[in-house]
Design a protein around this ligand. Sequence first.
Ligand SMILES: [Zn+2]
Length: 452
Amino acid sequence: MKLLAIRTLVLIALALLFLAGFTVFVGRYLHSAAVWAQHPSNRHLYQSGRLKETGTIYDRRGEILLETKDGVLTFHSEQSVRTAVMHVTGDRGGNVATGMLKVMWERLTGWNLLNGAYRYRDKLSAANDLTLTLDARLSALAYKELKGRKGAVGVYNYKTGEIICMTSSPSFDPQNPPDIEADPERYEGVYLNRLLSAAYTPGSIFKVVTAAAALETIPDIEERHYQCSGKIQIGADTVTCLVPHGDVTLRDALAHSCNVAFAQIAGEVGADALQHYAELAGFNNRLTFDGIKTAAGKVDVKHAAPVELAWAGIGQHTNTANPLAYMVFMGAIANGGLSVAPEIIARENMLPAMTKAEKRILPTETAEKLKEMLRNNTLAVYGESRFSGLELCAKSGTAEVGKGKEPHAWFAGFLDREDFPYAFVVIIENGGTGSRTAAAVAAGVLHAAVAR
Ligand SMILES: [Zn+2]
């Protein structure tokens, strides 16, 4: 009897051990199977370390960005186009974390958790294809406008969320990849989609956030006047402007990007409110859409000293901005304070059909005031003739990034047009004056976007 009891216990223990092991395996399988299957040694999907075949990726105009031709992954037929959208498709080596070959890998290869690499009749079907919201040729034009400088350009429809232009530089031809390691300076961070995965000092584009906070928290802000003698002492630091701006209102201060006025305005808004409105504008938050997770911009002024708050209010201090998130913030201002989440995969591809993700970040009245101020920037400073017909509302930024280095050039905003509801962002690393260099890129891309 005793022997039987011992044997029973041993059997139960063995059964429990098996069950525990099985549970661990199933858990790990559910969690990591897709990662295991993506290993280049998986000969169902890879040959000599390269993906054997995938579905076809189309852009919004039906241009083929990626297809399997005679058993070989083949990118767009034109080198300039496939280079410009390399960060969107991804490369054969799977190096671009936000590329479609990575984030939509299961759909493109037909691999799934239940059946692994075995597909119905072992063939890819239309279900493995993907249509993007992107206009590949517009992206190619944007890449060309960057003229080899490092940076990114994005354009999206602020009513529907569709990203129509996305490019990041440097890039390379994914059809004939160069020896990246041979030229580390040229290819610095080449696998990074700078629109999605980078965050830069924003400089003066951040003044729009400070202005939003001021409109919301200072009742008579629009009647106030600030005196700019070209510099102001705050704590131990002096905040300066390139030229004295004299007597300015909030509206003038934004148009002429007056640091002296905005340093004072940031102080009046206060740390808590500036922090709050920065977070509403998308800072300290990663955007997630279509399997992509962006880098987060940063604003941290909760315990800032007055001088740090002043610098933060003009987009310096420790502030950083993610280009895509900033473009979405611009879109929300255009859209009456309603922020529409971006998307890169055409909606008809998605099952189940998803609803548009909207979030109110500012009251309509505040958004309208900001819109009018951003429109005034173009009319008063940037020059309507450069953007004729676009109804351009924008803010430039020239972000200081350290002594002896050219500043980062920014230009961000939107078109106030019902037929072309586009928000945009241009960032050029060490690109100099934003209203000159980044604005020139924006002008080229936006005129083309409207003409197409
Ligand atoms: Zn000034």
